[in-house]
Design a protein around this ligand. Structure first.
Ligand code: 8YV
Length: 316
């Protein structure tokens, strides 16, 4: 049997693209680069592959009459129109679990970076200020502080595990209380923010969580509080966050994700109380390899008549 045709909608790293090319006939972003050629192959395309931030809209699916499956290399799939996929009987898969440690590690790294001012400390030494001005101003202790987690899913729990080792108390908000976990539940982000020193956002993106962290929540977090976002930029009202950081409404922020990537609001670049990262929560060779392997295995399972390994909850 001939290899299935696959449309790749993102710019995948070689560790994802190469195995795809071995197993499938791959069309790379043809819908963007060559619409005429795309129109010719569109009826043949049976699979779509992309990254966690990829958009797979109803309009794109509408151009692909033979589409059977969308495989996302990422845990987030908020760019996929799952309602349309369900309507059409199209399987959607993602890559949960294999990145839990990595994203949790970065969350703790951002907490330490912003509280202990590690990027500024590095600059302080490099620019000779240590010699000319003496010790840096004192920083904020993280161990033993109060942590609030917005979204206590698999990654949220990995963050909590690490924070326990830092002697932090753990509270969270989620759609429902998790009776099996020994952490304090709060009904919403604002109530949680008012009760903690570090508020870490790790909830799925999409319409249901859009701007969940708004000016009110930041006000509740207060002038001693830090916001960390390793989820999706859409969850935080970035303009309200800039305002809060500029006015000292909160103490600081550590951000791995932004509303418009790769273009964070430029006002953030001028602020000294924020640590910025280029959406790199899962970006190590080890974890990206595991994610790519799982995304490819999902496609291979489906096209060899097996159930996929990690369908999104709506498709399982
Ligand atoms: C990556 C992510 O940026 O898993 C996710 O949802 O946001 C990230 O791990 C991306 O998915 C890599 O393809």
């Amino acid at each position: 049997m001939s290899r299935p045709h696959i449309l790749v909608v993102s710019k995948p790293p070689p560790l994802f693209l190469e195995p795809l090319k071995d197993a499938f006939i791959v069309h790379e972003r043809l819908q963007e680069t060559d619409p005429e050629a795309f129109a010719k192959v569109a009826p043949l395309i049976r699979g779509v592959a992309g990254g966690g931030e990829s958009t797979v809209s109803a309009a794109l699916m509408g151009q692909l009459p033979a589409l059977e499956m969308v495989s996302i290399m990422g845990v987030g799939y908020d760019g996929v129109d799952v309602a349309m996929a369900l309507k059409r009987g199209i399987m959607v898969t993602h890559t949960p679990n294999v990145l839990n440690d990595e994203v949790a590690d970065l969350a703790l790294g951002l907490m330490l970076s912003v509280a202990r001012r590690i990027p500024q400390a590095d600059q302080y030494v490099r620019t000779g200020r240590w010699g000319s001005e003496g010790a840096m101003p004192l920083a904020r202790k993280m161990s033993g502080a109060r942590l609030g987690i917005v979204g206590l899913g698999r990654i949220g729990q990995a963050i909590a595990d690490r924070a326990v080792a830092f002697g932090m108390s753990i509270a969270y908000t989620a759609r429902s209380a998790k009776a099996d976990l020994p952490y304090s539940f709060y009904p919403d982000a604002k109530a949680l923010a008012a009760a903690v020193d570090f508020l870490v956002v790790i909830t799925p993106g999409g319409a249901g969580t859009f701007h969940m962290i708004n000016a009110d929540v930041l006000q509740a977090l207060g002038p001693q509080g830090y916001l960390i976002n390793v989820a999706r930029g859409s969850v935080v009202d970035e303009a309200a966050l800039v305002d809060a950081l500029q006015k000292g409404v909160i103490a600081g922020a550590g951000l791995d994700v932004f509303e418009k990537e790769p273009y964070p609001l430029e006002a953030l670049f001028k602020l000294d109380n924020v640590v910025l990262a280029p959406h790199m929560g899962s970006a190590t060779a080890q974890t990206r390899q595991a994610m790519a392997d799982l995304a490819v295995a999902n496609l291979q399972a489906h096209f060899s008549g097996q159930p996929p390994i990690s369908p999104v909850p709506e498709c399982s």
